[in-house]
Design a protein around this ligand. Structure first.
Ligand SMILES: [Zn+2]
Length: 385
């Protein structure tokens, strides 16, 4: 079912600038195309996420469509924002691919492809007056900077959907039923400053404390890929900032790190291992007077892990839609966060499927047109079957 109309829509949405917090134009375009195609304006609303967080120019866009046949409400979602590298991109078609015309910008197929899948599905329903249960179309904001739109999604405002599908990723037949959880870690290392040439013995180096801690974590198998008897996960020291001059013993470092695991307890064990290593290192480095440094350690949940059971209606419906589109569903659990993490946490179990994205977040990003079209076909089965 190749539809050139869907590709036309895609080429309309792809070039619109919409970095996280700046999604107004893309959402207004989606809204106005829908209204021009016969959607009553009262079906459209924006949620209050931007006002709640004090960041961004718009809330997420919600279109609630009453059903013309009974059934539990179904929801389709995709995120409206892109990473900043996609701003200013000019999409061009090369064979079965959409690519960016410039080597300096990335194609925002992540996730304009998903955003277009939703719009194409809505327009088809309106145009052909297809029978469908109550439906919600949900374009979230600020996914790329921490799943913000989905974090603030409220079931009541979305019409209490019972079956939710998210389009974001590569393979349309890949049915993602689970994703890892992620803990953000902030470590401030306080040492003691002194003149590095005249009185180095008076100083306590924050760099040395951090180095010892990181070396211990590495040697103990607590950095990178972690496989222990009682669990598995990953961790990363992502950023270290500090130090002002070579002639001062560094007394201050800011470190940002993360710990991921599908298992919450084990994820917190990784966090504890990192905290212990830094505290031990801080106590072990002393100056001539016997003083030592200290650390401040904070962590918070970025998103909780989830895993849906194969027998859940949303998973069964997703598999049926993939089969109806002539593909064999591949059940997957992934190690990255998705809007589905927060949707599920907020009481709306959500399955995620791909829509043709390749090499996302890089200038090599491209979109597989056949994959995108297949996702459109699957989405239509999801809401009309
Ligand atoms: Zn995405």
């Amino acid at each position: 079912m190749i539809s050139s109309e869907n590709v036309e829509l895609l080429m309309k949405l792809l070039p619109i600038s919409g970095a996280s917090g700046d999604e107004t134009e893309v959402l207004e375009t989606i809204r106005s195309i829908s209204i021009q195609s016969g959607l009553p304006e009262r079906c459209c609303q924006y949620d209050q996420t931007d006002q709640l967080t004090g960041f961004g120019k718009t809330g997420s866009l919600i279109i609630n469509l009453p059903g013309n046949r009974p059934g539990p409400r179904r929801l389709l979602m995709a995120h409206a924002d892109t990473v900043p590298l996609c701003v200013g991109c000019k999409p061009v078609i090369e064979g079965d691919w959409v690519v960016s015309a410039s080597e300096k910008t990335a194609l925002g197929g992540d996730d304009r492809a998903g955003a277009t899948v939703l719009l194409a599905t809505l327009l088809k329903i309106l145009k052909e007056d297809l029978p469908h249960p109550p439906l919600t179309f949900f374009w979230t904001i600020q996914e790329e900077i921490g799943l913000v739109g989905a974090r603030h999604a409220r079931a009541e405002q979305l019409g209490n959907p019972e079956i939710c599908f998210n389009f974001d990723g590569t393979k349309p037949e890949g049915v993602i039923i689970g994703a890892t959880g992620d803990e953000h870690i902030g470590i401030t290392v306080h040492g003691i400053a002194s003149h590095a040439g005249a009185f180095p013995e008076n100083g306590v180096s924050a760099v040395v404390i951090a180095s010892l801690a990181i070396a211990e974590l590495q040697q103990g198998g607590w950095l990178g890929k972690i496989e222990k008897e009682n669990g598995s996960g990953t961790s990363n020291i992502g950023s270290i900032q500090g130090g002002a001059a070579t002639n001062v013993v560094t007394d201050y470092l800011e470190i940002r790190a993360e710990a991921r695991s599908h298992n919450r307890e084990f994820r917190l064990e990784i966090v504890s291992a990192i905290q212990d290593a830094f505290e031990k290192a801080a106590a072990s480095v002393t100056n001539e007077a016997g003083q030592h440094g200290r650390i401040d350690f904070v962590h918070h949940l970025k998103y909780e892990a989830f895993q849906l059971d194969i027998s859940e209606p949303v998973v069964q419906k997703a598999m049926a839609a993939v089969k109806a589109a002539g593909e064999e569903p591949e059940i997957r659990v992934v190690n990255g966060g998705l809007d589905a993490n927060w949707m599920t946490e907020n009481g709306m179990p959500t399955v995620t499927l791909g829509c043709g994205q390749h090499a996302i977040h890089t200038t090599a990003a491209r979109l597989h047109i056949t994959g995108f079209q297949k996702a459109c076909e699957i989405a239509l089965h999801m809401v009309t079957d």
